[in-house]
Design a binder for this molecule. Structure first.
Ligand SMILES: NC(=O)c1ccc[n+]([C@@H]2O[C@H](COP(=O)([O-])OP(=O)(O)OC[C@H]3O[C@@H](n4cnc5c(N)ncnc54)[C@H](OP(=O)(O)O)[C@@H]3O)[C@@H](O)[C@H]2O)c1
Length: 338
């Protein structure tokens, strides 16, 4: 291979435009709305907080026409096409079901829910209502992921035998924070770990065997975990995740003919290297979007899918999210995490 394929992604501008409603204007909502307004034609039409003042302040910052002091009011707004659920994990199920019951399409922050049972409930509700629903696994919509998907599809790597992912984000210990409070869905596995497991699943599908060990925080949630996953086709993956330390965020895929390697930050727009007997080829993101500005890609992808009449993402379906949650359930159960 002399060159890498070009990414096939939904253009950031010029496509169908949805009117978005944002539930829970916290840290990630801030980044999502900023990049969407700066880098795409998508527009947030309303924001809702549990506090009227916080909703109004967020609306003023981002030039959003309507703000509501309750989530129920936003989902009742007939001018909203799609609801973005940006609350802590513990609230995803209830808020997704609220939006779906109001007939809205829904984008739910990762992880889609606290466990597989909740994810199934969301999927069942969305399918019955006929609305679009998707977990915000934004890394899958970055240009780099499409290039990797093409290389996997074309068999460039040969037989894949090993996937290795490490992702630690140091999270200051506070038993009342969403990182460590069991009531808010605390724990590294549900936060950074979902990306590590997603990367493995993206390449190898659902595992047939899981062996995990870890370190629990004083609140009983998992502060660090290592999992070895086995697959029917005799491939393996190793997943490392942590809230105790930060790691570079490397990810690699090793096949009998070639390998793909992200040295760092695979979750974000990042370069990767394809290594084969022919030498190394480096792919670089030339879109100009760096860091969390890359969240814009999932927004335009969703708008296009909705406009096409789809109710699920073909590259990260609700069954994919359920499968991810099943693996997380197994890892957390083996760790004895709350
Ligand atoms: N895609 C990414 O790169 C990325 C990055 C970070 C986080 N996330 C995900 O986004 C979600 C939110 O994370 P975040 O860091 O943005 O959280 P955050 O800032 O702590 O909270 C988000 C907002 O949720 C609302 N909320 C509703 N119920 C709540 C409750 N019981 N306790 C606390 N807040 C509650 C609050 O807004 P109001 O009270 O004003 O309504 C709060 O500001 C998580 O599921 C996380 O996994 C994704």
């Amino acid at each position: 291979m002399n060159s890498l394929p070009s990414p096939h992604v939904t253009p950031l501008r010029g496509g169908p435009i949805l009117r978005w409603g944002v539930l829970a204007p916290g840290a990630i909502a801030q980044d999502f709305v900023s990049t969407m307004h700066r880098n795409t034609d998508q527009r947030v039409h309303a924001v809702a907080s549990r506090s009227t003042e916080r909703a109004a302040a967020f609306a003023a910052t981002h030039g959003i026409p309507r703000s509501y002091g309750s989530y129920d009011q936003l989902v009742a707004d007939p001018d909203i096409d799609v609801v973005y659920v940006a609350a802590p994990h513990s609230e995803h199920r209830a808020l997704a079901l609220l939006a779906i019951a109001a007939g809205k399409h829904v984008l739910i922050e990762k992880p889609i829910a606290l466990n597989a049972a909740e994810a199934i409930e969301i999927a069942d509700a969305a399918r019955s209502a006929g609305v679009f629903a998707m977990e915000a696994m934004w890394t899958r919509y970055l240009p780099q992921s499409d290039v990797v998907a093409q290389l996997l599809h074309d068999g460039t790597l040969g037989d894949i035998k090993l996937v290795a992912v490490n992702l630690g984000w140091q999270f200051p210990y506070d038993p009342t924070s969403r990182g460590f409070d069991p009531a808010l869905g605390g724990g590294a596995m549900l936060d950074a770990g979902v990306y590590s497991l997603w990367f493995s699943q993206f390449v190898l599908g659902a595992p047939s065997r899981v062996v995990a060990s870890g370190i629990l925080a004083p609140t009983g949630v998992d502060a660090q975990a290592i999992a070895t996953l086995g697959f029917d086709n005799a491939a393996q993956s190793t997943i490392t995740t942590s809230f105790l330390i930060s790691t570079p965020g490397g990810a690699s895929i090793h096949g009998t003919d070639a390998s793909i390697r992200y040295d760092a930050d695979f979750v974000f727009p990042a370069p990767f290297v394809l290594s084969s007997k022919a030498g190394d080829l480096t792919w670089r993101d030339e879109s100009g979007l760096t860091g969390r500005d890359g969240l814009a890609w999932e927004a335009v992808a969703l708008a296009q899918l909705v406009s096409d009449g789809r109710t699920e993402s073909p590259v990260h379906s609700l069954d994919d999210s359920i499968s991810l949650m099943r693996t997380i359930d197994e890892v957390r159960s083996q760790l004895g995490a709350r």
